[in-house]
Design a protein around this ligand. Structure first.
Ligand code: BGC
Length: 235
């Protein structure tokens, strides 16, 4: 029988994306307690403006701690890359800045890593890719994360990276049909490279996937980018 705690910590889960910043509150079991709220990603997408957007989303919520998914490399709350936001993010301590701003403990991780934490079964080799403004990737071995896998910026085909071929800009310029054909090729390449037990495809544009997927490939909703945030607080 499931034991649900009626007390306990509330987590504000935040997902910073290239087009929107999203948030909702999770209970201790990781169940959503609020609807998802969203603001457009401010432009230029500087640390100051995005921290402001998060503070705005947080202002009418009650929570005890915060999980943040960031679209780039993150180590101990410090940003390593931010290709689709602004160069001023490099070296920025998002963890400390938000802890001070919101007055609550904050944990930050790569957005695809968080999406994966929400989606995986915890068994075998599980690869996650996210299709949105950028191309995110995350790798898990029996539930253990290999953090900050940055496959999106690696060569895929025709002298272009996965992100150049399959990011939102490519989808908009070549259309859904050709984009799906590219995705089919990417899946075949990734299967040979990783020999995964399961591949999960998430992100805001996963809803544009129309190709017939192999049996070991699963589509996951973009909401996982928020729901996975609870995993940052599991010890
Ligand atoms: C970034 C990744 C991120 C992905 C999806 C890429 O451009 O380099 O870190 O996970 O976009 O947001």
């Amino acid at each position: 029988m499931a034991t649900h705690k009626t007390w306990g910590m509330k987590t504000l889960a935040v997902d910073i994306g290239g087009s929107g910043v999203k948030a909702l509150v999770l209970d201790e079991a990781g169940e959503p307690q609020t609807n998802r709220s969203r603001v457009d990603t401010p432009q230029p997408a500087t640390p100051e403006k995005i921290v402001g957007a998060i503070a705005q989303l947080a202002s009418d919520q009650t929570f005890d701690r915060v999980s943040v998914g960031f679209p780039g490399v993150v180590r101990q709350g410090i940003i390593g890359t931010a290709v689709n936001l602004d160069a001023s993010w490099i070296g920025f301590d998002l963890g400390i800045t938000l802890t001070e701003k919101l007055g609550k403990p904050v944990r930050v991780a790569n957005d695809a890593d968080i999406q994966g934490l929400g989606a995986i079964s915890g068994q075998g080799i599980e690869l996650v890719v996210t299709l949105g403004t950028g191309f995110g990737s995350a790798l898990f071995v029996d539930g253990r994360l290999v953090p900050n896998l940055e496959m999106g910026h690696h060569p895929f085909r025709k002298d272009e990276t996965y992100e150049q071929q399959l990011g939102r800009a490519a989808l908009e310029s070549i259309g859904k049909k050709r984009w799906n054909r590219r995705l089919e090729k990417a899946i075949a390449t990734l299967e040979h490279l990783f020999n995964y037990n399961r591949l999960y495809i998430g992100g805001g544009e996963a809803k544009q996937v129309t190709l017939g997927l192999p049996a070991n490939v699963t589509l996951v909703g973009n909401i996982m980018g928020l729901l996975g945030g609870i995993a940052l607080w599991r010890d």
